[in-house]
Design a protein around this ligand. Structure first.
Ligand code: ATP
Ligand code: MG
Length: 429
């Protein structure tokens, strides 16, 4: 195929073999979020570039080198969203739904775009489920986000494969004091830092902490610790969060080097990480951003949120063999009909059955075909049962009912009794 007719590198089709698992995952999360009282919000995929610069921060990896930015026909600079928080904050401000301290517990799902080097678990179009809570400043809500994800890992069978890393970045004041101390320390070792860290020291010094460079890491061993700079408020908040996680029995490790890539975090930051995916080990990440809404032109509004990467979690379900068995079968019953008159009767019958069993996955043969070819299609569909309607059945107003997997003889069932019979032998989701 010529190059122009291929998908863009790092932007993947999700094929019909894969979508059942995606839908299972997305459905599980959506149900959980409903049950905890979160409401879905849907934002556009494109926003003004300025929005991301202002919220994510000019000197972050995302804004510096990962954004898909282009000019609209009228010259406006637009960007495909690299994450969801910025647009969500814009939306709540634009519609005034966090005004007067109104609490909002919101979630969203959809594609995000970052120009990164594509590899397993890292793509240029990827998908996130994220959530944001506004106007709650206590550790109770930070804990709820984590407790909820813990429940999700439980439902998906992933609990043993993920680890929670926690840190507190403190209030902006305490972070400011820490930043000064860190800059002073790192400046004294400037010539021994890797090039990237030298640059970050000037632009975004906290990010030096999560360098991958071994030499810089060695220097960081003696660096001042964020925990020593937390003010009482931040410390109490962090203790409140830990107490709640302890109460539920959620294990965690404190990672003092966890600073997160984005500028806007304060107090709590956390990541759920796994060692089952190689280098792309973070499956869910988030934290508190009490200053962001104000920074974007709103009234001071506390906020906290997270986002999880759907591709990575789907990969994990596959790698750990946690794909539910029932996803492999998409059809319960396959209806074969032979001849025009039988086809008409089959269609009418199938619609009556659907009226009575709305969750039945009934596939009716299309394209006619011989007995042999229709049976082959029935078998290939994965259906548990085939229904057969030919001239004889038509005359007697019955269908042949034939189990396709395992034992059982073919039997005749009256049209009027078909729905009741299917209800007894097909487990309906
Ligand atoms: P990473 O450190 O892996 O680059 P990040 O800190 O840039 O992640 P966030 O912006 O916090 O990621 O996004 C939240 C989650 O979205 C990540 O934990 C990950 O699961 C997923 N994610 C981020 N970038 C990608 C990507 N390029 N491809 C696939 N998933 C991604
Ligand atoms: Mg990244």
């Amino acid at each position: 195929m010529s190059k122009s007719l291929q998908a863009i590198r790092g932007m993947n089709d999700i094929l019909p073999e894969q979508t059942p698992l995606w839908r299972y995952f997305e459905g599980t999360v959506a149900r959980l979020l409903d049950n905890y009282g979160y409401r879905q919000i849907r934002m556009p995929i494109v926003e003004f570039t300025e929005l991301f610069k202002r919220s994510i921060g000019e000197v972050t990896d995302i804004v510096e080198k990962e954004m898909y930015t282009f000019d609209d026909r009228n010259g406006d600079s637009l960007t495909l969203r690299p994450e969801g928080t910025a647009a969500c904050v814009r939306a709540v401000l634009e519609h005034g739904i966090t005004g007067g301290g109104q609490v909002q517990k919101l979630w969203y799902i959809g594609p995000m775009f970052r120009h990164e080097r594509p590899q397993k678990g890292r793509y240029r179009q990827f998908h996130q489920i994220g959530l944001e809570v506004f106007n709650l400043d206590g550790p109770d809500i930070d804990a709820e986000l984590i407790v909820m994800t813990w429940r999700l890992w439980g439902e998906l069978g992933l609990r043993d494969a993920v680890k929670l890393e926690l840190n507190s970045l403190g209030t902006s004041e305490s972070r400011g004091r820490y930043r000064e101390a860190l800059v002073e320390f790192l400046s004294a070792h400037l010539d021994k830092l890797d090039e990237d860290s030298q640059r970050r020291l000037k632009t975004n010094p906290l990010r030096v902490l999560d360098t991958k460079n071994a030499d810089t890491q060695a220097i960081l061993v003696d660096a001042p610790k964020m925990a020593d700079y937390l003010d009482d408020e931040s410390r109490a908040h962090f203790e409140g969060l830990k107490a709640r996680l302890d109460a539920v029995g959620i294990p965690y490790v404190i990672n003092p080097k966890l600073v997160r890539g984005l500028d806007y975090y304060s107090k709590t930051v956390f990541e759920w990480v796994t060692d089952k995916l190689g280098a792309q080990g973070t499956v869910c990440a988030g934290g508190r951003y009490d200053g962001l809404v104000e920074q974007m032109g709103g009234k001071p509004t506390p906020g906290v949120g997270f986002a999880m990467g759907i591709e990575r979690l789907v990969l994990m379900l596959e790698a750990l063999d946690k794909v539910p068995e029932e996803l492999s079968r998409q059809v319960d019953v396959y209806l074969c009909a032979f001849g025009e008159a039988a086809e008409l009767a089959a269609l009418a019958l199938s619609e009556r059955v659907r009226d009575q069993l709305p969750n039945l996955r009934l596939q009716i043969n299309a394209g006619a075909g011989s007995f042999k070819s229709q049976f082959k299609k029935a078998d290939k569909s994965g259906a548990l049962y085939a229904l057969i309607l030919g001239d004889d059945e038509l005359a007697q107003q019955v269908v042949g009912f034939k189990p396709l997997r395992g034992q059982g003889e073919q039997q005749s069932i009256a049209w009027d009794a078909l729905a009741a019979h299917l209800a007894t032998c097909v487990v309906q989701g």
